[in-house]
Design a protein around this ligand. Sequence first.
Ligand SMILES: Nc1nc2c(ncn2[C@@H]2O[C@H](COP(=O)(O)OP(=O)(O)OP(=O)(O)O)[C@@H](O)[C@H]2O)c(=O)[nH]1
Ligand SMILES: [Mg+2]
Length: 196
Amino acid sequence: MKVTHSDLTISAVLPKQFPTEGYPEIALAGRSNVGKSSFINKMINRKALARTSSKPGKTQTLNFYLINEFFHFVDVPGYGYAKVSKKEREAWGKMMENYFADRKNLKATVLIVDIRHRPTEDDKMMYDFLKHYQIPVIIIATKLDKIKKSQVNKQLKMIEERLEVEKEDQLIPFSAETAQGKDQAWKAIELFLEKR
Ligand SMILES: Nc1nc2c(ncn2[C@@H]2O[C@H](COP(=O)(O)OP(=O)(O)OP(=O)(O)O)[C@@H](O)[C@H]2O)c(=O)[nH]1
Ligand SMILES: [Mg+2]
């Protein structure tokens, strides 16, 4: 997809704030600081439309970015950041449940993992949560620029085994630094946007 337009529609917390125009949605999910917002920016050729940070916990709300007046990327706060109170974690869980459990517009979720690391228990829970709600998942193994070429296949296999990735779900190596994997990621996303 050639992106010519991108804009923040709304930062939402409560369901009543979610957009009502009916655009299809592709949501992001992943550990705090893994690179969700960077993924969006690279896909839409914007340096900083989605706010990123080297400190975890940058994204705190559900941010709906309208792309080409055609669909929304929904950036979500990450999980697994240790310095979060029980209360904050509960609020996060409630917000996620509110969105993922019953969102008709949601066509697929891009689950971002770090290609360098074994997916965490939280990653596995997130994947299982999405499968439970029968939400199609595209898994992006990001920060590809941080490992040697010779390591890529081994890491992908490890991730696939750890998450017990189901046959219908794609696993795509990606880098927000070099844009590797960008075309393949767009192809995967477009497939779900056409299913309307
Ligand atoms: N080298 C490299 N760095 C990356 C890549 N993607 C993201 N980063 C860096 O990782 C850090 C976190 O990126 P974000 O996009 O803010 O992560 P996030 O998942 O949105 O984080 P939260 O909003 O806190 O959940 C930033 O310093 C990015 O520059 C990548 O592909 N390669
Ligand atoms: Mg973010």
